[in-house]
Design a protein around this ligand. Structure first.
Ligand code: IYR
Length: 226
């Protein structure tokens, strides 16, 4: 039986804010995030790759099961690759919208005005394809399982969306289904499965979003004590 290495700890003293500063930051952050919308009408204006790198740095700070960071972020800006992704996504989506999704599902999507056409996959300057890694392949070829992979990668994607919003960029959490064409087109290793496809960029001048309301605090919060 191998022994786990003995843990090493370092002091952690994050800056302590005054209560007023804390409260202001909490409100400001809410306002920032409340202004986030899923965008389907992108402009083709390019985005600086250094900024995309920083968004991914931020995403990769997410907590993860046993700190395995079971994710890979593929950044696609090559027009031919984007187009190949669009073609494959539209092929799947045609089947999905054409009957693979239940009538209830299509009814739920109606207010969003989505359909099988995914022009944004050509137009958005940058597609971030997020892969989850259910296991790692060790140097001797054996497989080692990762933990809480869905939760970990989901949180990392949340960080990515927040970082993009903070940088003044817009995103879409796109889920063509099934998504295995992404691993094929991008030549990913067998321990990676596509998790989310996130176009990133600026909105088109004509951009519109559905007039949705968010649940109120009281619809989503249950207090116990305090
Ligand atoms: N994957 C499809 C359908 C779709 C599903 C849900 I749930 C959405 O919130 C939005 C779209 C598509 O991307 O069009």
């Amino acid at each position: 039986m191998e022994h786990a290495p003995s843990p090493k700890f370092v002091g952690y003293r994050p800056a302590r804010l005054s209560p007023a500063e804390s409260a202001t930051r909490a409100k400001d952050f809410f306002a920032l995030m409340d202004g986030r919308r899923s965008v389907r009408h992108f402009s083709n204006e390019p985005v600086a790759m250094e900024m995309i790198d920083d968004l991914i740095r931020a995403a990769s700070t997410a907590p993860s099961g046993a700190h395995k960071q079971p994710w890979t972020f593929c950044v696609v800006t090559d027009p031919a690759l984007k187009h190949a992704i669009r073609e494959a996504a539209e092929e799947e989506e045609r089947t999905s919208y054409g009957g693979r999704m239940s009538p209830e599902w299509l009814e739920d999507l109606a207010p969003l005005g989505t359909d099988w056409r995914k022009e944004f996959l050509d137009v958005a300057p940058c597609l971030i394809v997020v892969f989850k890694r259910p296991y790692e392949v060790m140097p001797d070829g054996s497989k080692r399982k990762n933990y809480y992979v869905e939760e970990s990668v989901g949180i990392a994607c949340g960080f990515l969306l927040a970082a993009a919003r903070n940088a003044g960029l817009v995103t879409l959490t796109h889920t063509p289904s099934p998504m295995n064409f992404l691993a094929r087109i991008l030549g990913r290793p067998e321990n990676e499965r596509a998790f989310l496809l996130i176009p990133v960029g600026h909105p088109a001048d004509y951009c519109e979003v559905p007039d949705l309301q968010r649940k109120t605090l009281h619809q989503v919060l249950v207090r116990y004590g305090g």
